[in-house]
Design a protein around this ligand. Structure first.
Ligand code: FES
Length: 175
């Protein structure tokens, strides 16, 4: 007569293991409400709730990325050279003509806030790359300037601006 090897789990062992898993899940579920109270609910963020971003840690010349509505948002703290470069060009001659002044908030010219999605086929460009030291899309080579305007390559339009406002000089609300 065949006997069951002791290494093989019996039905009783399986039930025991399953109970252990439920207990572990229960413990996780108990800690989750505490964690979730400290952060905005993920579904709320995905649904488009506004987000606030503290600008004070962003050094001059630095570009950071945050997410709003699941989209990457670039926030660039431009230095004088970058602002001057964006304003030196005759914007009427650009593929998607727009003055730099219309792409930033008045009195906050150093802050560039963009949706970081290439207007060609949706790749995420890289900051401080390319011929214009703005943004370079590695997918098909589109080059954007320090205002996020398309200057060269297949992308038809400038990088889009998200809706945002300054709450204080050092804080913006996106959305
Ligand atoms: S997706 Fe950026 S150049 Fe094609």
């Amino acid at each position: 007569m065949a006997t069951m090897s002791s290494a093989e789990p019996t039905r009783r062992d399986f039930l025991y293991i399953a109970t252990g898993v439920v207990a572990a899940t229960g413990a996780l579920a108990a800690t989750w409400p505490l964690i979730s109270q400290m952060n905005p609910d993920a579904s709320t963020i995905a649904a488009g709730a506004p987000i606030e971003v503290d600008l004070s840690p962003i050094a001059e010349g630095q570009v950071i990325k945050v997410f709003w509505r699941s989209k990457p948002i670039f926030i660039g703290h431009r230095n004088k050279k970058e602002i001057d470069a964006a304003r030196a060009v005759d914007w009427h001659t650009l593929p998607d003509p727009q003055p730099d002044q219309k792409r930033v908030k008045e009195g906050h010219d150093q802050w560039l806030v963009l949706i970081g999605i290439c207007t060609h086929l949706g790749c995420i460009p890289i900051a401080h790359q390319g011929e214009y030291d703005g943004f370079f899309c590695p997918c098909h080579g589109s080059q954007y300037d320090t205002s996020g305007r398309i200057r060269r390559g297949p992308a038809p339009l400038n990088l889009e601006l998200p809706p945002y406002e300054f709450v204080t000089d050092n804080k913006i609300k996106i959305g």
